[in-house]
Design a protein around this ligand. Structure first.
Ligand SMILES: [Zn+2]
Ligand SMILES: [Zn+2]
Ligand SMILES: [Zn+2]
Length: 122
């Protein structure tokens, strides 16, 4: 799975800054506005991301790395609260955000209600 990114509006390969009828500009703007499957925030510009299912599922490369790392940590027997705290530190996010990103709907890492995540407070 190769990562790609959308250039900033107004740059050589980016969409126009203002509304236009160009073939690629509209779709690129829509992609940049689409939410990441893990963090739910817009994909944005100049940020590496992966696409799946014919561009219907987009994931920031960084978020995908975070999830991979969480899977490794859990398989190595790390407790969920410790994992959340460490990932928050490494990725410079709040523990709240990391908990949100690692819900089972997104990653399948945790049971529907994960007591470990409940306990990991900021
Ligand atoms: Zn344009
Ligand atoms: Zn993301
Ligand atoms: Zn958990």
């Amino acid at each position: 799975m190769a990562a790609g990114f959308i250039s900033s509006p107004g740059t050589e390969y980016g969409p126009c800054i203002d509304a236009c009828d160009h073939h690629d500009c509209g779709p690129n703007r829509l992609l940049a506005a689409q939410g990441c499957a893990v963090c739910q925030e817009p994909i944005g510009y100049e940020t590496m991301f992966y696409q799946e299912d014919n561009w219907t599922v987009l994931t920031h490369e960084r978020c995908s790395l975070l999830v991979d790392q969480a899977v490794r940590m859990i398989s190595e027997g790390m407790s969920h609260p410790a994992m959340v705290v460490q990932l928050a530190k490494e990725y410079e996010l709040s523990t709240e955000k990391v908990r949100q990103m690692l819900t089972c709907e997104n990653s399948g890492l945790c049971p529907v209600w994960c007591p470990g995540h409940e306990q990991a407070s900021a």
